[in-house]
Design a protein around this ligand. Structure first.
Ligand SMILES: *Cc1c(COP(=O)(O)O)cnc(C)c1O
Length: 388
């Protein structure tokens, strides 16, 4: 973490401890008596994994961190997290020993890895908590109904496994729609598969299905534990989730964005009328103008799709991006702004005075979702925690 303030930085991410606290309280309210597992995959949705782990370490309300990969899980341990960690994604067969070494809980996605985990548990004489992922209609990682029999036999074969600790599933169509029929079907299939697990003698101890949208919208999805990601960081999973929630009478302002992205003007340039700006000559000035050059580009996660579309904030006003976003630089128009000087503060995502550029706006401009805008902010950009 940077300890010299931002004087020496040209671009950095600010994490609001206050917004995070607000979001955790909202999640705790929604989760009620269920365990809270928060998702820190993809470098904590771009917020910075080690910084987020340090912040979450102070919150006893959180039982689990969930990650995608073994590497992320190990990083959580290295960053000081000693509570539980669940790995949602695949782990290479050759790496499964590390699951035991670091005391991790893998989500079981198939027979081969389960068998290997059983062998290792026997060799090490070490118990392992696993979570079985059930296929209920997303057709991604879950095991099918047909596979449950052989999987049950494997669980019983190895005393170190005995039965899965958790049973889980993931919704395919809960955030992109206000029609939640498909989610209801998946929930039914989950119920019937858990029933079958029980008959096969591998009744799970805890069931968990709820991503942010499910947690926010449907009590029935919460079971024994919930697994929100995006809401922790203060973002709604989608406009549809927000609308469904508000139409059902939900309170406003339950989530506040934790992340802001700041940079500085590193060059100011007067440009004549009819001049082209940047690669490909995609923008031509219509009159004499002034540009500010920013030291941020697509290699930093400021997407090339923002070219000629996005706005940044300078002195609390919007400055439009001109020309293509380059690998490490972006040009913005400051013709209408007075007395901008070198190293003037710029906001790429977040608020400045009373104006705001949200990652939802950037996602809209570039045809994607807030998740992708956040997850692609490059890890090399310093993350700084601020109190307010
Ligand atoms: C990413 C993920 C989540 C969290 O989803 P959000 O929409 O960010 O809340 C939950 N469960 C699984 C399996 C995931 O992959």
């Amino acid at each position: 973490m940077n300890t010299r303030g931002t004087k020496h930085l040209l671009s950095w991410i600010e994490l609001s401890a206050k917004a995070l606290d607000h979001n955790i309280k909202s999640l705790v309210r929604l989760a009620g008596r269920r365990k809270l597992a928060v998702c820190v995959k993809a470098n904590a949705y771009g917020h910075g994994l080690s910084e987020m782990v340090t912040l979450l370490n102070d919150r006893p309300e959180i039982s689990y961190l969930t990650v995608h990969s073994l590497d992320e899980a190990i990083l959580c341990r290295v960053s000081g997290w000693d509570r539980r960690i669940m790995i949602l994604g695949p782990v290479a067969l050759a790496d499964l020993e590390a699951v035991f070494e670091y005391n991790l809980e893998p989500v079981v996605l198939g027979r081969e890895s389960l068998d290997r985990l059983g062998q290792i548990s026997k060799k090490r004489d070490q118990q392992l908590r696993t979570h079985l992922k059930l296929e209920t209609g997303t057709h991604r990682q879950g095991v099918t109904e047909k596979e449950l029999g052989p999987i049950a036999r494997l669980y019983k074969k190895y005393p170190g496994l005995k039965k899965p600790y958790g049973a889980s599933m993931h919704f395919a169509n809960i955030e992109d729609t206000t029609n939640h029929e498909y989610a209801q079907q998946q929930l039914q299939r989950f119920g019937s598969m858990v029933g079958q697990m029980t008959r096969l003698g591998i009744k799970p101890t805890i069931r968990h299905t709820a991503c942010s949208a499910a947690l926010i919208l449907f009590d029935k999805t919460r079971f024994d534990m919930v697994r929100p990601g995006i809401a922790l960081y203060g973002h709604w999973p989608s406009k549809e989730t927000y609308l469904s929630y508000r139409l059902a009478g939900g309170m406003n302002d339950i989530f506040r964005p934790v992340l802001s992205w700041r940079t500085k003007v590193t060059q100011i340039k007067d440009v004549p009328a009819d001049a082209f700006v940047g690669y490909g000559c995609t923008y031509r000035t219509t009159s004499k103008t002034r540009l500010a050059i920013l030291p941020v580009g697509y290699a930093d996660g400021y997407d090339r799709a923002f070219s000629n579309l996005a706005h940044v904030l300078i002195k609390g006003k919007r400055a439009p991006v001109r020309g293509r976003v380059c690998m490490n630089l972006t040009m913005v128009d400051i013709a209408d702004m007075k007395s901008i000087h070198l190293e003037e503060a710029v906001t790429l995502i977040g608020s400045q005075r009373s104006e705001h550029v949200s990652c939802e706006q950037l996602a809209g401009w570039s045809g994607t979702i807030s998740y992708e805008i956040l997850a692609r902010i490059a890890p090399h950009i310093p993350r700084i925690v601020i109190a307010k």
